[in-house]
Design a protein around this ligand. Structure first.
Ligand SMILES: Cc1ncc(COP(=O)(O)O)c(C=O)c1O
Length: 429
């Protein structure tokens, strides 16, 4: 179908909440590994889509999905071996004493349930999140998504803390006390929340700070924040929708890299490599407390097809050594990006971890004034013209984001860096 006709039909039927990337929207029709193809047959390198964690249309995952879909699909009201096996595989990998899995379909549902549980077991209503955070779209989690609505509409039970951004925030890399100072800012917001009559039920932390960056934050800040929330009676919810599932190249979960032991961990996107599968995991004590009063059933969460897909994704990660690959290719990519920043004044900062990197794009290194939305869109479009797909994020929308599928190779990294290099040379701002 003609692209302009498809755009017109899409706008007519799907509404303006559906947005597309790039000046010239992409019409993708096929994917394999780290490659995508458009309707005209052009191949692109995918540097953006972490959801397809093990690569686009991985044959082992597709086979598991098809076999189970052709055999049986029901729900968790009946016994089924596969969902139990998926739970066992996850518990083996989850941090500390997280030993209970509740399967949901989206990150929003997992976070929504996590906060409901935290409120019940603590008896508190307050929730702490970061400025410019994103945690989902349900009525509860959209309020936790401070990047998605005006600050004036924030509920009084919400405490919003400063993201510990060591490049752009109030305390920076040259300050050895930065972690402690960010913690003090967080404590001020916890105090303010209590003055509004709310003790914290939980702090919800996106371990990647994706909508701010990604950020690599001081360990003492994170551990100090967790301790402070617990001291005041709240739980620690690690939102690993972005940061988890080997993305860091060091451990399955980014919490483990910081030595953080969450009370609840949530995940979603990468678990089903494109199939809707998500997780709320917690300790036995917490879930038993919650279950004494409440019952939870999710029609599609943990169904046999989703469970078969979830198992297949873990099998691929293990059999193809994708944790190690995220480390190796991630280290290589980081070095290439840092070298690029020595040649392009517009790259103000390179920040991230594993296979998750952000370039903070600036008009001026001194003032750190960031690119605006139109400049970022233009940059992304120029990179796409080079055959490489990237994304944007950041508190001010000024981050060029690279977050590819885990099988991303060194030669993929070379290709991505060459494309960004060319695009930055072409860019006129
Ligand atoms: C950190 C984080 N948490 C939660 C969500 C919500 O997940 P979903 O879109 O599957 O509801 C997202 C989605 O982008 C996310 O990035």
């Amino acid at each position: 179908m003609n692209k302009q006709e498809l755009i017109a039909r899409r706008m007519k039927t799907l509404g303006p909440t559906y947005q597309s990337f790039f000046d010239e929207p992409l019409h993708l029709v096929r994917g394999s590994g780290t490659s995508l193809w458009d309707a005209g047959g052009r191949e692109y390198l995918d540097c953006y889509n972490n959801v397809v964690s093990v690569g686009h249309c991985h044959p082992h995952v597709v086979e598991a999905l098809c076999n189970q879909a052709a055999t049986l699909n029901t729900h968790t009201r009946y016994l089924h071996q596969t969902v139990v096996e998926l739970g066992e595989m996850l518990v083996e990998r989850l941090p500390g004493d997280l030993e209970i899995c509740i399967f949901t379909c989206t990150g929003s549902e997992a976070n929504d349930l996590a906060v409901q549980i935290a409120r019940h077991v603590t008896g508190n209503q307050g929730v702490i999140v970061t400025e410019a955070s994103y945690h989902g779209v349900s009525e509860l989690t959209r309020h936790l998504s401070t990047d998605s609505y005006p600050a004036a509409d924030r509920p009084e039970w919400l405490g919003v803390i400063e993201p510990p951004n060591l490049y752009r925030g109030p305390y920076r890399r040259d300050d050895p006390e930065a972690g402690q100072k960010y913690l003090e800012l967080a404590c001020q917001q916890l105090d303010a929340l209590e003055r509004r009559g709310h003790k914290p039920a939980a702090v919800v932390i996106d371990l990647a700070w994706d909508s701010n960056g990604p950020l690599a934050v001081p360990r003492e800040y994170l551990l100090g924040l967790a301790a402070e929330v617990r001291k005041r009676g709240g739980l620690v919810i690690a939102d690993e929708v972005q940061a988890g599932y080997c993305r860091s190249g060091q451990n399955w979960w980014h919490s483990d890299n910081y030595g953080l032991q969450p009370d609840i961990l949530t995940c979603g996107k990468p678990m089903g490599a494109g199939h809707p599968l998500s997780l709320m995991s917690t300790t036995r004590d917490i879930i038993e407390n919650y279950s004494r009063k409440y019952h939870y059933f999710n029609t599609f969460g943990g169904n046999p097809v989703s469970a078969a897909v979830g198992k297949a994704v873990i099998e691929v990660i293990e059999s193809e050594g994708l944790l190690q690959n995220a480390h190796d290719s991630g280290t290589y990519l980081e070095a290439g990006l840092r070298e690029l920043a020595t040649r392009h004044e517009t790259i103000g900062d390179v920040q991230g971890f594993g296979l998750f990197w952000g370039l903070d794009m600036v008009l001026d290194r001194e003032s750190r004034e960031g690119f605006n939305a139109q400049q970022m869109r233009h940059l992304g479009s120029l990179i796409a013209e080079q055959g490489v797909i990237t994304g944007t994020s950041g508190r001010y929308g000024q981050i060029l984001k690279l977050r590819p599928p885990l099988p991303f190779s060194r030669s993929d990294a070379d290709r991505a860096i060459a494309a960004i290099d060319t695009a930055l040379a072409q860019l006129q701002i």
